[in-house]
Ligand binder design. Structure first.
Ligand code: MOS
Length: 729
């Protein structure tokens, strides 16, 4: 099915099941511990051996020798895989890091060896007996230490071109009566998802099966094929459940390659889980940025010039962190400039982390907007409203399909009690606490991609949906079941959903907040086909029938749906593809964040009090799972604002806080109260589902709203994240 004109009314619009806040259909599997995550599968075709990955102990240099003799003699050891015996390895198309070091070491923690033994403990013990000698090279590990940042960037994973220019930015900025020119920094961050990177690999002849938590199984099969030099058709990846990813499990990483190589070496299934320190130092992270923002405005508060430059670093061949992405879409202004610059660093790979580019970009742009509002003497909500635009600022002919930024700001301000905010900072005292409020806009792109699905109807009237879509705890199972139930007119418990198998019809997987809208649209397409098949089977005219309450009806004739499959199961498969609507319309999601917090006047301790997000993101397929996405993102934004920072040790060239004790993320006690409001929105230029995504929108702007609230509470403006108390005392 091809989508190239705005959707008319269709069965989804009934909203009997879609749009309802139903519980996750996989919820009880999660709460009872019976959902099987990658490392937990038992039916794997044999007794597994265990691989332990030894990471490089230097940040840059060479392996001069590895003495394996003591490790080989250790109890239970079956094999030791290193670059010397692994065969030629390629590089993936999305993550570009080399899976095995040797002879060169590209970064600290890069896998040097995989020790395979009968038990995990034996493998770990033997790995400690490997005697690896290094020749240390001169590495550059910190962005701030880079002298020449002007490397031409490799385009970002997602997002904007390296630069853009509209009108005369420099001239308009110089002429502006009110101007801001500030530099902000954001630190490296780690996805720190709950489930570690872990894989079980098994070979049958030249066919490889891997259980692994990968968000995009099609990328995973492609990249594992490229790395191992085998056809992706010979690879089957299985990921029925994934314990969080946030972009850190986009495709194949060291655990999967290590398991595949080790399983080939020992001729039986091999399980490999990365330790937390290896996850921090050898998988991917969100790169640190330095961002310069310049805004010029007239005394009326209208922006006349806006410029955003961002510098980030990555290993050679790695991508740019596209922190200028949102600045190209968010506010009006005739003279504009964005520029990305990339430095080569000898760290692990920087790559996509939830709202890549947009999240760190909004962390800074939305502080700059707060600063500018203060310079102008305009309320921060009003300043944003004043600079709203219904057309893409860099493409004045291209309207936003839907843009309810102003509505988000206004409704949020009203619900949050924004009118009680004192515009002068440091004015509100509650005992020992200085209390402040802050706001920020939210914006995040709304991509959608081709997605396929297969649906079956059996003689019990049960609908089975199959696609290689993944569920990271996001609710994919549930919204896919809701879609099929709505389309086929059956109750939700009549739908079975199978996901996370690369042999199933191809979806774009979970990422870029495209998963929900894309995967359900593929299911929609397959269901349209199944409805036609059912109609034909039962002798109805397809265009005239209604599917409801487990029946098919046309005029007075009403037949149980299951009768269509009385003799044999009916199967339909289709994919949803897209025309040019996303070129005609700018597809973005919008929101507004509001935060109230207290800062201890004596210690500088920051305590959140209330958070509110208002989101406008197309049709909300399930308000409960969507809310969970947004509140989770708000928690992540609180971490970004107040805690999270990958600290580089410039001597070793590693992230020194490489576990959950040293890398702080918020806990429940840090998040006392959250609210989410979804505005009514139906975007018929997206797909027949008329939905967008919310998983990344919820993160964009949160940290700035917190930073702005800290300023409002204290009068201390911090431009260097995270906002720890040492930075404003
Ligand atoms: Mo996302 S950072 O595309 O999982």
């Amino acid at each position: 099915m091809h989508f190239d004109t705005p959707a008319g009314s269709n069965p989804i619009d009934r909203l009997k099941v879609v749009g309802q806040p139903v519980n996750r259909i996989d919820g009880s599997l999660k709460t009872t511990g019976t959902a099987t995550y990658a490392y937990e599968h038992r039916d794997i075709g044999g007794k597994p051996a265990y691989g332990f990955v030894l990471g490089a102990a230097i940040g840059k240099g060479w392996i001069s020798s590895i003495d394996e003799s003591r490790a080989r003699a250790a109890p239970g050891v079956l094999a030791i895989v290193t670059a010397r015996n692994a065969g030629k390895l390629g590089v993936g198309a999305f993550y570009v890091d080399r899976a095995l070091a040797g002879p060169a070491v590209d970064h600290y923690g890069q896998a040097v060896a995989v020790v395979v033994a009968e038990t995990f403990e034996q493998a770990r013990a033997a790995a400690s007996l490997l005697d690896v000698r290094y020749a240390r090279g001169q590495g550059v590990f910190e962005l701030a230490a880079v002298k020449d940042l002007a490397v031409t960037p490799r385009p970002a994973a997602f997002g904007p071109p390296p630069q853009s220019a509209i009108g005369d930015f420099e001239g308009a900025f110089a002429a502006a009566p009110v101007m801001l020119d500030e530099t902000y920094t954001t630190p490296g961050q780690s996805h720190a998802m709950m489930e570690p990177h872990a894989s079980i690999a098994v070979w049958r002849g030249d066919h490889l099966t891997v259980w692994c938590p990968i968000q995009q199984l099609n990328w995973g099969a492609r990249d594992l094929g490229l790395i191992l030099g085998i056809s992706k058709e010979n690879i089957r990846l299985l990921a029925p459940y994934i314990g969080g990813g946030f972009g850190g499990k986009g495709t194949v990483l060291a655990d999967t390659v290590a398991a595949a190589l080790a399983a080939r070496a020992v001729g039986r299934p091999v399980k490999v889980a990365l330790t937390r320190p290896l996850m921090f130092n050898s998988t991917t992270h969100r790169p640190a940025t330095i961002q310069r923002i310049r805004i010029g405005a007239g005394r009326d508060g209208k922006i006349t010039a806006i410029g955003h430059e961002s510098w980030s670093g990555n290993l050679r061949g790695g991508r740019t962190e596209a922190a200028t992405a949102s600045t190209r879409w968010l506010y009006a202004g005739a003279n504009r400039m964005t520029r990305l610059r990339l430095a080569v660093l000898d760290l692990a790979e920087g790559n996509a982390m939830r709202a890549p580019g947009e999240a760190p970009g909004m962390m800074t742009l939305e502080i700059a907007m707060d600063e500018m509002a203060e310079k102008l003497g305009i309320d921060p909500v009003e300043f944003r409203v004043l600079n709203d635009t219904q057309f893409a600022p860099e493409e004045p002919q291209r309207p936003f399909s839907k843009r309810q930024l102003v509505e988000c700001l206004r409704i949020g301000a009203e619900r949050f009690g924004w009118s009680r905010r004192q515009s002068k900072p440091g004015m509100v005292r509650d005992g020992r606490w200085l209390v402040g409020m802050g706001t920020a806009a939210a914006i995040r792109g709304a991509p959608i991609a081709k997605s396929a699905a297969r649906v079956r109807l059996d003689h019990h009237g049960v609908i089975t949906v199959e696609t290689d879509m993944t569920d990271l705890g996001t609710g994919s199972y549930t919204i896919i079941a809701q879609t099929a139930a709505e389309m086929m007119g059956v109750a939700l418990d009549q739908v079975v959903v199978r996901l996370g198998d690369s042999r199933l019809p191809e979806s774009p997987g979970s990422g870029g907040q495209w998963g929900a809208a894309s995967a359900t649209s593929g299911v929609y397409a397959a269901c349209v086909k199944l409805r036609e098949t059912v109609a034909q089977k039962l002798g109805f005219v397809a265009s005239e029938i209604d599917f409801a309450d487990g029946h098919v009806q046309s005029g007075k004739r009403r037949v149980p749906l299951k009768e269509a499959a009385a003799q044999r199961e009916l199967v339909a498969q289709d994919e949803m593809t897209y025309g040019d609507l996303s070129k005609q319309y700018a597809h973005q999601t919008f929101g507004a964040h509001f935060v109230e917090l207290g800062v201890n006047a004596f210690t500088g301790e920051i305590r959140l009090r209330r958070m509110l997000a208002v989101c406008a993101a197309g049709r909300i397929l399930n308000p409960k799972t969507a809310r969970s996405q947004v509140i989770g993102a708000m928690v992540m934004g609180a971490g970004a604002a107040l805690m999270e920072e990958l600290v580089v040790d410039p001597r070793a060239g590693c992230f020194i806080n490489h576990d959950m004790a040293g890398y702080e993320v918020p806990v429940h006690a840090d998040i006392p109260q959250q609210d989410v409001i979804f505005l009514d929105e139906v975007d018929n230029t997206m797909s027949p589902m008329k939905a967008k995504g919310v998983g990344e929108l919820g993160l964009c702007g949160v940290a700035a709203a917190i930073a702005n609230a800290v300023y409002n509470a204290t009068g201390a403006r911090v431009r260097d994240y995270p906002i720890t108390l040492d930075k404003f005392l």
